[in-house]
Write a protein that binds this ligand. Structure first.
Ligand code: SF4
Ligand code: SF4
Length: 143
């Protein structure tokens, strides 16, 4: 999850209201001056989003955007971030799910699915079990 996602879902789709919430707390984002005839400027990545490479540990700009928050509250799954999609995949299967199965449900690569689900384990939202008779670890929603 990175600035790219905010750009794709909010800025490039014309939904940005120029509130600047995304730029607060991130030195890589700058609010631009409004273009002629516009009431507000839009955010721009002026530094390097430190998490573009693996997209795992930040996403604050995306999570803090009121447009994203409102859409998620309304249940618009298009605005869920990859980690939330993976968590939903885990929640959808009661008796445990493997990484290839997560990948199948979410459409993410196995590497991305693996990274996200392991991060969810670190965050204690998902529990991992490694069966003796099987190579693939199984993931469950943490209770
Ligand atoms: S994902 Fe994090 S580091 Fe990257 S632009 Fe957004 S807030 Fe900044
Ligand atoms: S937080 Fe969202 S609405 Fe506000 S400036 Fe950033 S992209 Fe635009």
């Amino acid at each position: 999850m990175s600035f790219e996602m905010l750009k794709m879902k909010v800025i490039d789709t014309g939904k940005c209201i120029g509130c600047g919430m995304c730029a607060r707390g991130c030195k890589h984002i700058t609010m631009q001056e409004p273009e002629e005839g516009k009431k507000f400027g839009i955010p721009k990545l002026t530094g390097k989003c430190i998490l573009t490479r693996n997209g795992l540990d930040c996403g604050n700009c995306y999570d803090n955007c009121p447009i994203v928050r409102k859409a998620k509250k309304k249940g618009d799954s298009q605005f869920l971030n990859p980690r939330e999609h993976v968590l939903n995949a885990v929640k959808s299967i009661n008796d445990g799910i493997t990484i290839p199965e997560i990948s199948k449900i979410t459409g993410f690569s196995t590497i991305k699915s693996r990274n996200e689900v392991l991060r969810l384990v670190e965050l204690k939202k998902v529990r991992i079990e490694i069966p003796l008779n099987q190579q693939d670890p199984i993931f469950f929603e943490a209770q």
